[in-house]
Ligand binder design. Structure first.
Ligand SMILES: Nc1nc2c(ncn2[C@@H]2O[C@H](COP(=O)(O)OP(=O)(O)OP(=O)(O)O)[C@@H](O)[C@H]2O)c(=O)[nH]1
Length: 249
């Protein structure tokens, strides 16, 4: 696996070459959408159309070892391969289509190397990012403490309107927990970013994280004065309640 990983990261072709690849699709639970759609249809004129050719560049960032590659593999392939990944070298991406509100949102998800020595390479990718998923590991206080530094870098190199989401990963490792969920929530509130705990191992909240980001990106792309605004925080809370996802954290 170690060699496979190295090859994947080092043989990246130019972006345009990858757009010919068919996008795998996921269909998230649509209970929330149907309620929202019914409400909005009653009150507003037909929604402006969403351009399904748009590609939203989404980047996973955070310290080395927090689980960026594992989270992406869980989202892409629905599996977790323990201890199988060597540290990411440079940067690579995976295409995914997320169906939200009956439209297909194309995500190009970039997995970056957390190691300091690759930082200057990854900074270059921030500028045209539409969304950044910032991860820490709930068993690592250092990775949590470094979130402020990551946010400083993001504000320095990314566009000011980039969608940011904070994720506390490895939520399955409750006996080794070093950061309480409330601490993650507080930090996220301080920086006005949505937050959830995830597990790349069990898959908890992995799809929700990408779905919430896709919905936010889609709503931004079609934002219309007469359309109800999408509130990512409320969406996440409603979905968490529905799934009862977090009761065992
Ligand atoms: N228990 C548990 N282990 C995880 C989880 N996510 C990742 N791991 C493990 O944590 C280690 C590091 O995971 P990676 O996905 O390689 O971390 P990364 O953030 O991509 O690391 P870099 O490529 O160095 O930036 C591996 O041994 C994974 O199996 C998780 O949610 N739960």
């Amino acid at each position: 696996m170690e060699n496979g990983r190295m090859e994947r990261m080092e043989s990246m072709e130019p972006i345009s070459a990858h757009y010919t690849t068919a996008y795998p699709e996921i269909h998230p639970d649509s209970g929330y959408e149907s309620r929202e759609t019914a409400d909005s249809q009653a009150k507003t004129p037909p929604a402006p159309t969403y351009d399904e050719e748009l590609v939203h560049k989404t980047i996973l960032v955070g310290d080395s070892g927090v689980g960026k590659t594992s989270l992406l593999v869980q989202f892409d392939q629905g599996k977790f391969i323990p201890g199988s990944f060597s540290a990411t070298v440079g940067i690579g991406f995976t295409n995914k289509v997320v169906t939200v509100d009956d439209v297909k949102v194309k995500l190009q998800i970039w997995d970056t190397a957390g190691q300091e020595r690759f930082r200057s390479v990854t900074h270059a990718y921030y500028r045209d990012a539409h969304a950044l998923l910032l991860l820490y590991d709930i068993t690592s206080k250092t990775s949590f403490d470094n979130i402020r530094a990551w946010l400083t870098e993001i504000h320095e190199y990314a566009q000011s309107d980039v969608v940011i989401m904070l994720l506390g990963n490895k939520a399955d490792m409750s006996s080794d927990r070093a950061i309480r969920r409330e601490e993650g929530e507080r930090l996220a509130r301080e920086h006005s970013v949505p937050f959830m705990e995830t597990s790349a191992k069990t898959g908890v909240n992995v799809e929700l994280a990408f779905t919430a980001v896709s919905k936010e990106l889609k709503h931004r792309a079609v934002q219309h004065p007469n359309q109800p605004k999408f509130h990512i925080h409320e969406y996440i809370e409603a979905q968490k309640e529905k799934s009862g996802c977090c009761s065992y954290f």
